[in-house]
Ligand binder design. Structure first.
Ligand code: ZN
Length: 447
């Protein structure tokens, strides 16, 4: 069983008890944390296969990006000045690209996405898109942990419905048969009521229950669902979802900007996570989600980058900072959310969203060894006695401070170098792919 000992680091555990060690150690055995504590009680280094001195470093749990669409890394820069949170913006900027995109363009885009997440401290992510056959092998190779949701847009077409449901089940079978338990399959309706009909929603709920998984959707980016359900049922979308049993499955709900306050209590009683994507919302000119109110009402909050066409990066440190500032701006008061709360949303909140609260999200004995190491000798951290680590992590530094990243006890990044992915090669292929994509779109437009 491979063993690793990390010594002399500041360790921010973020778990129950919220331990911080100024000079601490972590012992990793196989894929789990075997021991953690103050250097005074560190075990004998000779007993370990690998011993790393982490003087000047900070170790914390790996971050969880709870909402993204990795293949869309191919479209980065192609939706400038357009809001992808509206159906109109989507149709204008993205739809024509997706119509000509081919499966062989997906792997490089996903590899770039995974590499950028690893490099900036994300160890786990929740993805939602189609082309899952192409996504799975790249995420497997990356070594990351992920909840991959098979994206479904149905638009009331019965032929599309049957095809999508068959492909969804095939996908869940495939992912369930993988040797590694790092990848989990989720159901990914694009949006309830808006483009997934009530009939489709019921089928999705049954399939989620059959495979013991949840649904990863977009909800309340605008008030569209509520307008539709008010017209059809005379209720809010959340009330109607509850009536239909949709809240019986775990739900990762991206954006959650316009959920009426009267519905927060219902959501707090269920396995429901609102994923804040502050950068995407701000760039789209959308409203700020009532994150503080939902958090105080007891709803689990996680943080996501969303697609990088409306962001445009995968750095969850920047996303934490953006959310912290946006919340104060929205609430018109300083420090509306504590830095510690923001860090929890990007770690334990994300873990809970993905149903992995017992496995990841904090550094505790028995949990998976999913951790990141940051260089605390670089810019932004000082003065060390007064700039506390929570404040520094949220407001002063960014993902470039990450030097090393580990998932399941395996290094994915060592001394800022990827160990599983080839970024330079992926970037080169991605550039060729996007030129091919634009040529295909021009061909289609002229046809
Ligand atoms: Zn999204």
């Amino acid at each position: 069983m491979p063993t690793t000992l990390l010594l002399n680091a500041m360790i921010v555990c973020l778990g129950e008890g919220d331990a911080i060690y100024d000079q601490g150690y972590i012992a990793v055995e196989n894929d789990r944390i075997a021991a953690i504590g103050d250097m005074k009680s560190a075990p004998d280094a000779n007993a370990f296969d690998e011993v790393i001195n982490c003087t000047g470093r900070l170790i914390m749990p790996g971050l969880v990006n709870a909402h993204t669409h990795t293949p869309m890394t191919l479209f980065r820069g192609l939706a400038e000045g357009v809001s992808l949170l509206t159906l109109d913006g989507w149709m204008t900027a993205i739809r024509s690209l997706e119509e000509v995109m081919t499966a062989d363009m997906v792997p490089a885009a996903v590899e770039v996405a995974c590499a950028e997440m690893i490099r900036t401290g994300t160890t786990t992510f929740a993805d939602q898109y189609f082309f899952m056959e192409e996504i799975i092998p790249v995420v497997e190779k990356s070594g990351m942990r992920a909840a991959l949701a098979y994206g479904i847009v149905e638009l009331g077409d019965p032929i599309a419905r049957e095809r999508e449901l068959a492909q969804l089940e095939a996908f869940l079978e495939t992912i369930g048969s993988l040797e590694s338990d790092r990848l989990r399959g989720w159901v990914g309706p694009h949006a309830f009521f808006v483009d997934n009909s009530p009939e489709m929603m019921q089928s999705e709920r049954r399939i989620a229950a059959k495979y013991n998984t949840g649904m990863h959707i977009h909800i309340s980016t605008t008030g569209e669902e509520d307008a539709l359900t008010q017209e059809q049922y005379g209720t809010s979308a959340v009330t109607q979802m509850k009536k239909m049993g949709m809240l019986d499955a775990p739900i990762i709900a991206a954006h959650a900007i316009t959920i009426p306050e009267a519905d927060w209590r219902i959501l707090a009683e269920h396995e429901f996570t609102a994923v804040a994507a502050a950068s995407a919302c701000m760039r789209a000119g959308a409203e700020a989600a009532p994150v503080l109110g939902m958090h105080n009402a007891g709803i689990n909050i996680a943080i996501g980058t969303d697609n990088v066409c409306n962001n445009n990066d995968y750095d969850l440190f920047l996303e934490m900072r953006m959310l912290a500032k946006l919340t104060s701006f929205r609430e018109k008061r300083p420090g509306a959310l504590k830095a510690r709360d923001i860090l929890a949303m990007a770690t334990t909140g994300g873990a809970k969203a993905l149903g992995l609260a017992d496995e990841i999200g904090s550094l505790e004995v028995g949990k998976r060894a999913d951790l990141i190491v940051l260089d605390r000798t670089g810019i932004g951290w000082t003065p060390l006695p007064t700039n506390d680590p929570f404040t520094a992590l949220v407001y002063s530094v960014n993902g470039s401070a990450v030097t090393d990243s580990m998932v399941n006890g395996r290094w994915l990044l060592r001394d800022r170098q990827w160990t599983t992915l080839d970024y330079a090669s992926a970037v080169k292929r991605q550039s060729e792919d996007v030129l091919r994509l634009l040529a295909l779109r021009e061909e289609a437009e002229n046809a």
